[in-house]
Structure formats: structure tokens, C-alpha cells
Design a binder for this molecule. Structure first.
Ligand SMILES: Cc1cc2nc3c(=O)[nH]c(=O)nc-3n(C[C@H](O)[C@H](O)[C@H](O)COP(=O)(O)OP(=O)(O)OC[C@H]3O[C@@H](n4cnc5c(N)ncnc54)[C@H](O)[C@@H]3O)c2cc1C
Length: 324
């Protein structure tokens, strides 16, 4: 009952979500953990995932993966599945990877469960828990048709921990992938890097400071950014704030935004609607600042500050700066 993990990486460095999924694959037990690593830098990434207990890595380190849209990567994934004896494929629930995986699942006629937040092995079946209705309920799902069982795992559902392996113990298998003209139909003609600024990326950050409609206007985010910079945190926002154009959409946290689980989440002027909570409720420590003592966010907050954020945040920022 081997488990294959599709590793997402940044040209040679596995992303945090990949390490989290490898840790989860090891924890559910069953058999060996194998990896499939595709695209430029795959060889270097495969060496690094060995530390997470990977005993075999299927690698396709080829510039075609980045030169064209999802088709070459799909062909490489299907090639890996043909060589692998794994009963389960775990993959990161990222938009690009999901596109690749959906195509591969159709080709091998296997069922897919998306957005899992917990995994449990029942015989030769993986039971995936996923949140539904904006996190109000959870459902347990299994793939009933086809092999392997495809299961997408959400970011930050698990904590990454090295263990169970070393580079020397990992067998690297190079994939032989033949691309036809169809795989080259959509070419990548330009790539624009999103400006990251000096702050960490939200899904990778240990601390997040988020602002909502209670800020009153876009200017209010300057205060959120000041606190974020004092803490070395990423900046998040509620949908009300991003829809109002106060902050870019890629910072939205929640059901239709990003799921985060930092060590510390500070939310100011955010009511805590279920769609927002669905994206941050697994944060380790939640601090909420709201002038309404009945705001729903207080029901999940570890520290509740009832007050005007414009009175609470400036002395807080000053105090943090003093202590640094
Ligand atoms: C299908 C669907 C998907 C959605 N997806 C998301 C999602 O992914 N993420 C998301 O965030 N939302 C999402 N929403 C929207 C969600 O329902 C809420 O409308 C939204 O989260 C509200 O944002 P908010 O908390 O900033 O604003 P509000 O609900 O208006 O809350 C503002 C809060 O600020 C407080 N406040 C006001 N002034 C101050 C002050 N000076 N000091 C302190 N506190 C103050 C108020 O008391 C209030 O609690 C979704 C909705 C739907 C229907």
C-alpha cells in the first residue's frame, strides 16, 4: 500500500505544502512513501524530499514543463503513474497542480477527492476529511473508482516534520516522457512575478495580521502593514476589504481565498463570518480586535480585545517596536 506524493517545488526547493503532505503520507502508514517531482529543478527537489522518508522518487527534470501550459506535466504524471505501484496519489490543492491532476485522473479513469484536511487509512482505502459549507460541517470521502485514489490536500492541514529517510536511501527513477504536438498546444509566452515586497507569503508565514471592513478605508491597511512589519508577519484581508479594493485579492483569507494556519493570526476590524473563519480557524493563536463584543470572531479567539482598532493598534505597534 505505497503512497505517491506529487511534490510541488520552486525550481529545486520543495514548497512547504509538499513537505506537509509527505509528513502526512508517512504518518498514515500503510507502506512506503514515494514522490513524483516534475519540472525544472526536479532533481534537486527530489534530493531534498528524501529527508521526509521518501524511498523512491520519480523525476522529470525538463524545461518543457515550464515552457508549455499543463499538458507536458500531465503527460509526465501519467508516465509516473504507469511505473508506480502506489494505490494512493496525494497532491497539493494548488490551482496549477489541480489542473494537471484533473487531466491525469481523466486519463487513468480514477476518482478524485479535493481539499482534504485530514487523512486516515481504512484497509486499502484512504478516507479524506474535508470541510464543507464554509467549514460549518465536515465530510469524510473516499475514492471508489479507479487506481490510484487521487486526493488533494489543503495547505497547512498538516505540520511538516522531517524523518524516516536520507538521500542515500532514496531511489531516483528518471521518467521517459514523450510529448506529442497536442502537449505543446499552449505555450507560455511570458511570466510576470507577483511583487512579494519584503513580507512573507501568506501560506508560508508564521505570523499574519489581517484587516477587514472595520478599517473604514484602504488607508487603514497602512496600520495593518505597520503591525505586520513590526512582527515580521504577512498581511491578510477579509473579502469585504478585498472586494472594496482596499487590498489586493491574493491576500484574501477564507473559503474563496487562501487557507492559512500560522502560529499567530491577528484580525482587526473583521467580524468573523463563517466564510472567513473557514480559512483561518486552525491558526494556533488567534487575536481578534473588534469594537463589537458580540462579533463572531471572538468565539474562536484566544485573545479578544474589545475596542476601536485605531486606539488599540498604535500603542501595540509602539510596544512591539520597543521590545525588539
Ligand atoms: C460564497 C461566499 C464566499 C465568501 N468567501 C469569503 C472569504 O473567502 N473570505 C472572507 O473574508 N469573506 C468571505 N465571504 C464574505 C463574508 O460572508 C463576510 O461578508 C466578510 O468576511 C465580512 O468581512 P469583514 O469581517 O471585513 O466585514 P464586516 O462583516 O462588515 O465586519 C467588520 C467588523 O469590523 C468591526 N469594526 C468596525 N469598526 C471598527 C473599529 N474602528 N475597530 C474595531 N472593529 C471595528 C465591526 O464591529 C465588524 O465586526 C464570502 C461570502 C460568500 C457568500
Amino acid at each position: 500500500m505505497n503512497v505517491l506524493v506529487l511534490v510541488d517545488h520552486d525550481a529545486g526547493t520543495p514548497k512547504k505544502i509538499s513537505n506537509q503532505i509527505l509528513t502526512a503520507a508517512r504518518a498514515v502508514g500503510g507502506g512506503e512513501v514515494h514522490a513524483v517531482v516534475l519540472g525544472q529543478g526536479a532533481t534537486a527537489s527530489a534530493e531534498k524530499v528524501a529527508a521526509y522518508g521518501v524511498s523512491k522518487a520519480f523525476v522529470w527534470d525538463n524545461p518543457d514543463a515550464d515552457a508549455f501550459a499543463t499538458e507536458p506535466m500531465t503527460a509526465a504524471l501519467v508516465a509516473a503513474l504507469e511505473q508506480s505501484d502506489a494505490m494512493i496519489l496525494l497532491y497539493p490543492a494548488d490551482p496549477f497542480i489541480t489542473d494537471v491532476v484533473a487531466r491525469a485522473a481523466v486519463r487513468v479513469e480514477a476518482g478524485v477527492v479535493t481539499d482534504a484536511t485530514d487523512l486516515e487509512l481504512d484497509g486499502d482505502t484512504m478516507i479524506a476529511t474535508k470541510a464543507i459549507f464554509g467549514g460549518e460541517m465536515s465530510s469524510r470521502c473516499q475514492v471508489r473508482q479507479g487506481r490510484p485514489q487521487f486526493i488533494g490536500v489543503k495547505a497547512n492541514a498538516f505540520t511538516a516534520e522531517e524523518g524516516g529517510g536520507a538521500e542515500s536511501e532514496c531511489q531516483v527513477v528518471g521518467l521517459d516522457v514523450t510529448l506529442d504536438d497536442k502537449a505543446r498546444r499552449a505555450e507560455v509566452v511570458d511570466t510576470v512575478e507577483q511583487e512579494a515586497g519584503g513580507r512573507p507569503e501568506m501560506t508560508e508565514a508564521s505570523f499574519i495580521v489581517a484587516g477587514g471592513r472595520g478599517l473604514g478605508d484602504a488607508e487603514g491597511f497602512k496600520l495593518i502593514e505597520e503591525l505586520a512589519d513590526a512582527l515580521g508577519a504577512a498581511v491578510g484581508a477579509s473579502r469585504a476589504a478585498t472586494d472594496a479594493g482596499w487590498y489586493p485579492h491574493q491576500h484574501q483569507i477564507g473559503q474563496t481565498g487562501k487557507t492559512v494556519a500560522p502560529q499567530l493570526y491577528v484580525g482587526a476590524g473583521i467580524s468573523g463570518a463563517i466564510q472567513h473563519r473557514a480559512g483561518m480557524q486552525t491558526s494556533q493563536t488567534i487575536v481578534a480586535i473588534n469594537k463589537d463584543a458580540d462579533a463572531p470572531i471572538f468565539s474562536i479567539a484566544d485573545f479578544a480585545v474589545v475596542g476601536d482598532l485605531y486606539k488599540v493598534l498604535p500603542p501595540l505597534i509602539e510596544e512591539i517596536r520597543k521590545r525588539k
